[in-house]
Design a protein around this ligand. Sequence first.
Ligand code: MG
Length: 255
Amino acid sequence: MIPVKNSEEVKKMRHVCAISAAVLDEICRHVAVGVTTADLDDLTRSVMERYGAESTTFGFRSGKKIFPGYGCFAVNDEIVHGIPSKKKKLREGDIISIDLAMRVDGFVGDNTRTVAVGEISADVERLIAVTQRALKAGIGAAKPGNTIGHISAAIQNLADENGLGIVRELVGHGIGREMHEPPEVPNYGVAGSGPTLKPGMTLAIEPMFTLGLPKISVDSDGWTIRTADGKWAAHSEHTVLVTENAPEVLTLLKK
Ligand code: MG
């Protein structure tokens, strides 16, 4: 069963997602040469605290492992779940995917942006741009009467057209009271397959594309997921509300 939010719940989703967007934007603005991912995580903790938000990644359990970061910071060939580290210092030409999920008033917002550190190569710039366009395409398909497969297919199209790899092991997800709720939202698939979308559903849509093969490998820390071939990856995510009309991007930054 995919939870459908009532108007009170939607209000709370709008609230936490607006905060999630503001926090992510503030952290992204601190990305610079010489900054470590531990610096960014410290800042994430204090900015979340200022907004009264609680990280849903800090203390997150997977089997016996517990995630130690307030956010996830994936650099270059890392795709997701990068553990913040003092040893990971950003250099000119790097990219970093910052994935922040947080709870306010019982509801969770989740969003991710890949940011360039100074000048990056044209290939990597294109990787980031196409991943963002795929997110937009996926969001555009989040309409009542469509299925999850319409979102998946729209995302896959962009990767296929541009010769990019689609990470298959990691998927988007429903979101609400918990960070991960049904359904899964894969970044590949066939329009018309999977559950039908209804107004009031909230989904975290999050394409992850690679410049090389989509195969992943997991570091010995048990968390950090990177490309097996060492080619770089980009990740773009918004939390989206399905409505009667156009989809509402809840984590869109309000200027
Ligand atoms: Mg997510």
